[in-house]
Write a protein of this length. Structure first.
Length: 484
């Protein structure tokens, strides 16, 4: 148990201000919505492909990632959210624990991370559509015009839906969550469904052989931890739009955690039953497996096509979650005058940050198309994903540092188990940061691959520092004007 102390005046002031600003929001998210949102957000369909690269060692590395990162992250998020369940989530926690600059840079890195993840979703959806149609659509896999069309249509749809707010968005997320559960159930049952048509020599769902700690395996492990088994903190961004956020966000983490772990481990085993590790499609591993497994099933393959479209529905739901969070971060920064008040302007009827929605949509679309310049789609996807991991790892280093060095500012003393969990999560985040520079598949130039990631991270954080400085000057002028 945490040793409770008197709340600090600063904590009380932040809570009062944020709760007052959040009062205009409709409390759309209940426990059921949060559980499905957690499943949709955390269970990325690409990660069973990355884990499949580990072969029969996949279960050992999944369990290692769960123990060293997944459970520590859940513990820290539950602890901090119970203490401070406010709109903006980690942004508010970092502001209290450290200062405005750290809070802004954390939110900025989380925001850029979301942009990079969303910019790759159009590519994933296009791959799913191609696999669902079948061999007739092989031309689509590397067709950039088709990628552009999908990205543009997707972004227009997301912007329009986001203006309506979570009253509509939560149903997009819930439907996506149900589709995802059905898809993974199909994937997990696949070896048993197809068992009558031949042997499955590679189906070892609970292999416990001693893992090999090669550079490649550690690289993939770091991605399974910080990439796949991450995201619990993201839901806390929308605490101000959640019913009983302190209780329901924590309960949603506890309910969804075992479901998510089972989906990842058993799903990866099914991928390995049908595809060799070296042949896995990192962008669309589940559609790849479903199309191979049911290729000779005649009319049943039509059902498989619908299941693959379900994977695409999950991606749309995921984008809806990311988009909601990414539009709220500029809004709360606008509350603190760290960004222009333009970002905090709300729709008169739906109370959504309409200007922030438009800005995030345009930036995401630009990144979606820019990433395809000069490289193949698999390499473009790796660059996007690895660069996103850098931003996420930096953000997680701050999150895990809070219980280690700054928890007293929340009016509590961290128990020993929380500090151990935080130290483990911090160490894994640093490891993931290092391995983002190393691709796990062949690329045209490994050096150029690493350079592109470094350039993206340095430029993005440089822009973040500049925006903070300008925001401080704007706030200072505002304060001076109010005094005179």
């Amino acid at each position: 148990m945490a040793e409770t102390e008197d709340p600090t005046p600063e904590l009380a002031a932040i809570e009062q201000e944020v709760e007052a600003r959040s009062a205009v929001f409709k409390k759309e998210l209940g426990l059921f919505d949060l559980v499905l949102t957690q499943v949709v957000f955390v269970v990325g369909t690409v990660w069973v492909g990355w884990a499949a690269k580990l072969g029969n060692h996949q279960m050992a590395f999944w369990l290692l990632a769960i123990v060293t990162f997944y459970l520590p992250l859940a513990a820290v998020v539950i602890f901090l959210n119970n203490r401070m369940p406010l709109e903006g989530g980690l942004y508010q926690w970092a502001k209290l624990a450290f200062n405005d600059f750290i809070a802004f840079m954390v939110a900025w890195n989380l925001w850029v991370f979301g942009i990079l993840v969303m910019s790759g979703i159009g590519l994933i959806i296009k791959k799913n559509i191609a696999y669902a149609i079948g061999p007739r659509a092989n031309w689509m896999h590397e067709n950039r015009k088709m990628t552009t069309l999908v990205c543009v249509v997707l972004m227009i749809t997301i912007i329009a839906a986001s203006r309506r707010g979570l009253a509509l968005g939560k149903w997009v997320q819930n439907v996506g969550g149900i589709f995802l559960l059905v898809t993974f159930a199909t994937l997990i049952l696949l070896p048993f469904i197809t068992a009558g048509r031949g042997t499955l020599e590679n189906y070892h769902p609970f292999s416990t052989s001693m893992p090999e700690f090669s550079s490649l395996n550690i690289n993939i492990f770091s991605k399974l931890a910080v990439g796949a088994l991450s995201g619990f903190e993201y839901i806390a961004i929308m605490a101000g739009e959640t019913r009983a956020p302190a209780r329901n966000i924590s309960r949603s983490v506890l309910i969804s955690a075992p479901i998510i772990a089972a989906m990842f481990i058993l799903g990866t085993a099914s991928v390995l039953a049908f595809v060799k590790p070296e042949d896995v499609d990192l962008i669309g591993p589940i559609p790849q497996v479903l199309s191979r497994a049911f290729a000779s099933f005649g009319w049943v393959s039509m059902l498989v096509s619908l299941t693959i479209f379900g994977v695409a529905a999950r991606q749309i739901a995921l984008m809806s979650i990311y988009f909601a969070g990414n539009t709220r971060l500029p809004m709360v920064a606008g509350w603190d005058d760290l960004l222009p008040a333009w970002f905090a302007r709300l729709h008169k009827r739906y109370k959504t940050p309409v200007n922030s929605i438009l800005f995030v949509g345009m930036v995401t679309l630009a990144f979606s198309l820019a990433s395809l310049i000069g490289v193949k789609e698999q390499e473009a996807f790796q660059i996007q994903d690895n660069a996103a991991t850098v931003f996420y790892a930096l953000m997680y280093m701050v999150l895990f540092a809070i219980p280690l060095v700054a928890i007293r500012r929340f009016g509590v003393k961290a128990p020993l188990w929380l500090k151990i969990a935080s130290a483990s999560g911090f160490a894994v985040s640093v490891l993931a940061l290092f391995y983002t520079m190393i691709p796990i598949t062949n690329v045209d130039s490994p050096g150029m691959f690493a350079l592109k990631i470094i350039v993206v991270v340095v430029i993005a954080n440089g822009i973040g520092v500049l925006l903070f400085v300008l925001g401080q000057r704007r706030a200072a002028k505002s304060d001076a004007g109010s005094v005179t």
